[in-house]
Design a protein around this ligand. Structure first.
Ligand code: DQA
Length: 146
């Protein structure tokens, strides 16, 4: 069984009602269920969300220790959390895939969203495709595992 940890940062638990014109109308729970239903046999998605930086860092440490590939939507932490970046760098050091995802395309939005402190240690980045960003990221992880 291949387990992919799909981690979601702050305010993503509010999807469905949070700025639907930007993020769409699906809830995070629905996105997680769609993802779980779409993965091939032998693949399991462990889908989690936290508003707490420390909890997200702990989950990345867990992924490093268990060598679990990660799909990460760091949400607003994308733009300023050096602590999350330092945790993510340990995935890179361990050779564990990390795909950064965004529902929206941050580069077409406010200037402060144009910087990601995570991208430099990610295997790749997928942004702007709504919930499909997650599906594409899982595909990218599975391909990278070969
Ligand atoms: C986001 C983009 C971030 O800029 C924002 O803070 C989010 C969501 C996205 O998925 O488009 O919370 O990561």
């Amino acid at each position: 069984m291949t387990t992919i940890l799909v981690l979601n940062g702050p305010n993503l638990g509010r999807l469905g009602t949070r700025e639907p014109e930007v993020y769409g109308s699906e809830t995070l729970e629905e996105i997680g269920a769609g993802l779980a239903a779409s993965v091939p046999d032998g693949v399991e998605v462990d889908f989690r969300q936290s508003d707490d930086e420390a909890e997200l860092i702990g989950w990345i440490h867990e992924a490093v220790d268990r060598r679990l590939p990660v799909v990460l939507n760091p949400a607003a932490f994308t733009h300023y959390s050096y602590a999350l970046r330092d945790a993510a760098a340990q995935l890179k050091q361990a050779g564990v895939p990390l795909v950064e995802v965004h529902l929206s395309n941050p580069h077409s939005r406010e200037t402060f969203r144009h910087t990601s402190v995570i991208s430099g240690v990610a295997t790749g980045v997928i942004a702007g495709f709504g919930p499909d960003s997650y599906h594409l990221a899982v595909q990218a992880v599975l391909r990278s595992l070969g």
